[in-house]
Design a protein around this ligand. Structure first.
Ligand code: MUC
Ligand code: MG
Length: 366
């Protein structure tokens, strides 16, 4: 069970429907496929989706930090030496997505070696999650059409609406149209990716007070410390910290500082090992949790559902698991399918997925 090699393979797959939000837009998945090889001949896989607008990482940077620092640090260690692996990765600051992908590929290899699903190894609470779909910026009519298509085709009834534009009425008009056209049977929450000020956020939330929102996510920047505290105190829905909580320490800081009352856990930035710490902290603090999406591929989404299904707290709310539907293609040999608004983990050991070698040679960029 010793790690013998780590590969970081850059690849690019265009989105059929680009996602636009307050901190950026994604037109092409310029990601990195991470493969961990062991001396038993097992190969673990995971996906690294660099998001420069969120963490400052780039595709070239993820490949470089894995090739030059992380791979040499973990080769020779056993798959079970997980705390030693974390300690070695943490000698380098930041780089959350690169660290997370390597960690998840190690868990996949561990599951395959031991003959257990990653979900079973993590907690084994259930085998599925309800799906929440993220709606990117567009006109009210186009966003309503998209939500109706997701509901009618996949049975999805929870939607995260990207907001944070100026004037904020562009977004409040969308949320109102969604509630009016799709009715009370759907769950709606909003995510501004730090696009508004505290006062704009407060005004926008007042204007949407009658729309039955479940959550408000990262409406203004966490660095706007007093403004954020002031905003969170006056809201009557939980305020989700997302990009402001990329470590367990940041969860502590934001929540105890009164700047958040719920959190998003994203396996693409905290992997399985650190996501587990964040989960346990959230449970101890009594926070609501949403499994978030980093505009993930099918491999990224299977990691999210593998973690979310492992615990009661993370499987209570719909997880953001459907952005892969907007991609023109994917690397998985057997595509993921959403049925009746749910995504189920794969039955096989580890993450239960295989990479299609032809697709990888077609899309790889090295
Ligand atoms: C989200 O929830 O914010 C947008 C940028 C990113 O890193 O994640 C997405 C979705
Ligand atoms: Mg977010």
């Amino acid at each position: 069970m010793k790690i013998t090699a780590v590969e970081a393979i850059p690849y690019a797959i265009p989105y059929a429907k680009p996602l636009k939000f307050a901190s950026g837009e994604i037109h092409v998945a310029q990601h990195v496929l991470v493969r961990v090889h062991t001396d038993d001949g097992v190969v673990g896989v995971a996906d690294a989706p660099p998001r420069p607008m969120t963490y400052g990482e780039t595709q070239a940077g993820v490949v470089a930090v894995i090739d030059t620092i992380f791979a040499p640090a973990v080769v020779g260690l056993g798959l079970m030496e997980r705390e030693e692996i974390q300690s070695r990765l943490n000698r380098t600051v930041a780089n959350p997505v690169a660290k997370a992908s390597l960690d998840m590929a190690i868990w996949d290899a561990m599951g395959k070696t031991m003959g257990y699903q990653v979900t079973e190894l993590l907690g084994g609470y259930t085998d599925r999650m309800r799906v929440s779909h993220m709606l990117g910026f567009d006109s009210p009519a186009a966003m309503v059409t998209e939500a109706e298509r997701m509901r009618d085709t996949y049975g999805i009834t929870t939607f995260k609406v990207k907001v944070g534009r100026r004037p904020y009425t562009l977004d409040t008009a969308v949320v109102r149209a969604l509630r009016e056209e799709l009715g009370d049977g759907i769950e709606l929450y909003v995510d501004a990716n730090r696009g508004w000020s505290a006062s704009e956020s407060a005004r926008a939330m007042k204007e949407m007070a009658d729309l039955g929102l479940t959550f408000a996510e990262e409406l203004n920047p966490a660095d706007d410390v007093l403004g954020r505290r002031w905003l969170v105190q006056q809201l009557d829905v939980p305020f989700i910290a997302d990009e402001s909580v990329s470590t367990a320490a940041e969860v502590t800081r934001e929540v105890l500082g009164g700047s958040a009352t719920a959190i998003s856990i994203k396996t693409s930035r905290t992997g399985f090992t650190q996501s587990r710490r964040v989960h346990h902290l959230a449970e101890g603090l009594g926070l609501e949790v949403v499994m978030g999406n980093q505009i993930d591929t099918q491999l990224g989404s299977i990691c999210t559902v593998a973690f979310g299904a492992a615990f009661e707290l993370t499987s209570r709310r719909a997880g953001e698991l459907s952005n892969f539907l907007d991609m023109s293609d994917d690397l998985l040999a057997e595509p993921l399918e959403i049925h009746d608004g749910e995504l189920t983990i794969r039955p096989g050991a580890g993450l239960g997925v295989e990479i299609d070698p032809d697709k990888l040679s077609h899309y790889r960029q090295d």
